[in-house]
Design a protein around this ligand. Structure first.
Ligand code: ARG
Length: 436
């Protein structure tokens, strides 16, 4: 390992203890490294504004950081156990290349605000990605809700057939859900979009950094003002981001459940695209919906990440090394969650329904509620109509199409008002475009 930034003469470093302290941290920092480099550039600029770095020194640091970023992306600079963490790696790179100029970069900052700003920028990108995928899923669902609006499908409660439903309502439900999820991701993005850089260890420093200018450079919409709050927000903002991701993955879990049931022989409603299924190692006749099942399981990682962070931040105010473990949680939670979501738009685009089968399984009992409602609308007290419509002889002579067209309550099959969803979607798409 290169010399530790904080090494004191005469105190030797125990390898096992060092691995415990920094073991997988340097690997997790690989995800954050480019954000740390970006924030380091801003920090150098702040130091130049204060006259702590000359124009020339700033230019040298800036160029060196650009090179480091390129070398990191190209795999020529490898962040590994030679360094305690990415912060040490960046500083030692600058020092090796620029000598005393590099040794000035850490003026007025702490690894505490450095890791905060890097993970804040990382979270911001992940939320933007969440919103982008969620809106794409909503878009696909909305298109299919329009084109397959009147295809009948049984509506279930308690897994028992309940009423005739439509693909318009089934697709429309996912469309509206993922519109909500897009909004949630964008709102959370705005909520966490504040700059902790310049809060140093959590207690400020005795120079007048222009923190607002740094916030603007890094694309934050506000400065996280009180230095001590910046540290309190570590973990708290991670939880908010995981909640926003979780909204999408939770819906995905239920969508995957539907599809795994619908794709079974017993239902026979839908054919999954071949790439989303796998064969069995033993049973030659099998095509299994493994991809859908892993999508369903992905929520566990998001939930686990939430719990782990919640437990970790059971701390008094101020920085504590415990907080380091929040990085593993968000990496795992977002890795699993976004990995699953990214495959959903194409899956949905390529689902093939077996319309005949879906109609074949409808039985007349599914019209009972329609019959009761018709009688009630014509003046029979609902309780009497309910009793009369329990008699199977009242259910005959009906078609699913007529049942669906008559379902005119707003949001029902005969009155979906998908244009309302389209307007919300367009509005969110505009908000997303403004982020570029
Ligand atoms: N790896 C550390 C973390 O993620 C960086 C901050 C270290 N700060 C400290 N005071 N030891 O929290």
């Amino acid at each position: 390992m290169t010399a530790l930034l904080w090494q004191k003469p005469g105190v030797s470093v125990d390898a096992e203890i060092q691995t415990f302290l920094a073991g997988d941290d340097v690997l997790l920092d690989r995800e954050l490294m480019r954000y740390d480099i970006r924030a380091s550039k801003s920090q150098a600029q702040s130091l130049q504004e204060l006259g702590i770095l000359t124009d020339h020194e700033l230019a040298d640091i800036d160029a060196a950081l650009t090179d480091l970023d390129a070398a990191f992306v190209a795999g020529e600079f490898i962040l590994d156990a030679r360094y305690e963490d990415m912060h040490s790696a960046i500083e030692s790179y600058l020092t090796e290349r620029l000598g005393d100029t590099g040794r000035k970069i850490h003026t007025g900052r702490s690894r505490n605000d450095q890791v905060l700003v890097a993970s804040r920028l990382w979270l911001r990108d992940r939320l933007q990605q969440t919103a982008r995928i969620a809106i794409e899923i909503a878009e696909v669902a909305l298109r299919r809700a329009e084109s397959e609006a009147m295809q009948p499908i049984a509506g279930f409660t308690h897994l028992q057939r309940a009423m005739v439903s439509s693909l318009g309502m089934w697709w429309g439900a996912w469309a509206e859900g993922f519109i909500d999820n897009t909004q949630r991701a964008l709102d959370t993005l705005q909520w966490i979009n504040s700059n902790p850089l310049g809060s140093a260890s959590g207690y400020g420093v005795n120079v007048r950094f222009d923190r607002d200018a740094a916030s603007e450079r890094l694309g934050f919409n506000r400065t996280q003002l009180i230095a001590t709050y910046a540290q309190l927000s570590r973990g708290k903002f991670e939880l908010a981001a995981l909640d926003a991701l979780g909204a999408s993955v939770l819906d995905l879990r239920r969508l995957a459940w539907d599809l795994s049931l619908f794709a079974s022989h017993e239902y026979g409603y839908v054919k999954l695209p071949a790439q989303y299924t796998t064969g069995s190692s033993l049973m030659p006749n099998k095509r299994n919906p493994d991809v859908i099942e892993l999508m369903r399981a992905s929520y566990a990682a998001v939930a686990a990440a939430r719990v782990e962070i919640e437990q970790t931040v059971s701390l008094p105010s101020g920085y504590h090394r415990d907080l380091q473990f929040t990085k593993g949680s968000i990496s795992h939670g977002f890795g699993r969650g976004l990995g699953a979501l990214a495959l959903v738009p194409d899956l949905l685009r390529n689902l093939e329904w077996n319309g005949e089968r879906m109609v074949e399984v409808l039985d007349d009992g599914l019209y009972a509620t329609d019959v009761a409602m018709e009688m009630a609308a014509a003046g029979t007290p609902f309780r009497d109509a309910y009793k009369a419509a329990a008699d199977p002889s009242t259910w005959s002579g009906r078609t699913p199409e007529a049942s669906l067209s008559a379902r005119v309550s707003p949001g029902g099959a005969g009155n979906l008002q998908l244009e309302t969803l389209q307007a919300r979607l367009d509005n969110l798409a505009e908000q997303l475009a403004r982020l570029d």
